[in-house]
Design a protein around this ligand. Structure first.
Ligand SMILES: CC(C)(COP(=O)(O)OP(=O)(O)OC[C@H]1O[C@@H](n2cnc3c(N)ncnc32)[C@H](O)[C@@H]1OP(=O)(O)O)[C@@H](O)C(=O)NCCC(=O)NCCS
Length: 243
């Protein structure tokens, strides 16, 4: 069975917009019980997202429970009614196809090449978690090949009845700036539109200038930013029960 990554989104304070110390303490307790339950169920990672760094106290609570801060993200959105970018200059030997019959391992060479240039804790296990996340849409996701070599990938997940998210996109360094990513994205957009979705979202780390330039070029608009924290639940799950 797969254990999808889950998001704890916008933990709202039910008592209004001022969070006092004791309410903050309640939130920390809630989060601890959520963490305990999810660890028992075999989930591997808990991600908490807060929009626009809105509540520093929530971040403090999360850190007190053991969450680590991850890079801040810019959030982008695009309406699918707009035509997909047309790509006329893709090198002719590049073949773009969907995910039918493809195993995650076959995409690892691309993922490893991308993580090798910018090491991120988790490496391909991070990618594997994204792929296993519920809502993966193989029909809307795409890979690019140069002969037998995998050189690019675009993963798409369903997020709501009309909304998809572009969850991971990348091209091996030696194939960059030749419109491979744009072509993958364009095929994905067409497939999402044909499947009846209306909006696509995506996010990219603030310091990722190439990613932001790419989404701009593909017709996405920035709709905000979010800070995110992550907690590895496996450590908790493995440690012996405390007295
Ligand atoms: C971002 C990434 C996927 C782009 O792949 P790519 O195949 O090189 O992109 P394309 O050739 O299709 O570029 C399309 C357009 O995006 C923009 N773009 C691409 N790379 C850019 C860069 N380094 N800086 C600024 N704009 C860039 C340009 O407008 C480009 O059009 P142009 O070359 O005609 O000017 C690639 O750099 C990558 O794999 N990065 C590491 C993984 C990553 O950051 N993924 C997040 C994606 S949101």
């Amino acid at each position: 069975t797969s254990h999808p990554k889950i998001a704890l989104r916008q933990h709202a304070d039910p008592r209004g917009d001022t969070v006092s110390e004791d309410v903050a303490e309640d939130i920390a307790k809630d989060i601890r019980s959520v963490v305990a339950t999810l660890s028992q169920k075999g989930y591997r990672r808990l991600v908490a997202v807060s929009v626009d760094d809105g509540d520093a106290r929530l971040t403090t609570c999360l850190q007190s429970v053991g969450f680590r801060r991850r890079p801040r993200m810019e959030v982008y959105e695009r309406a699918l009614r707009h035509a997909s970018p047309s790509v006329t200059d893709l090198p002719p030997q590049i073949l773009v196809s969907d995910f039918h019959g493809l195993a995650a391992q076959e995409v690892y060479p691309v993922v490893d090449a991308i993580f090798a240039e910018r090491p991120i804790v988790g490496h391909r296990s991070e990618f594997q978690e994204i792929m296993e996340n519920s809502g993966f849409l193989p029909d809307c996701s795409r890979v690019a090949r140069d002969g037998d070599r995998m050189i690019g990938v675009q993963l798409v997940h369903r997020r709501a009845p009309t909304v998809v998210e572009f969850t991971y996109g990348g091209v091996t360094p030696e194939w960059r700036r030749r419109h491979v990513a744009l072509s993958l994205l364009s095929h994905s957009l067409d497939a999402c539109r044909a499947a009846g979705y209306r909006t696509v979202t995506g996010h990219v780390a603030i310091e990722n200038a190439a990613g932001r330039g790419f989404l701009d070029r593909a017709g996405f608009s920035r709709v905000g930013s979010l800070s995110n924290c992550s907690l590895d639940l496996r450590g908790d799950a493995r440690s012996p029960a405390r007295a």
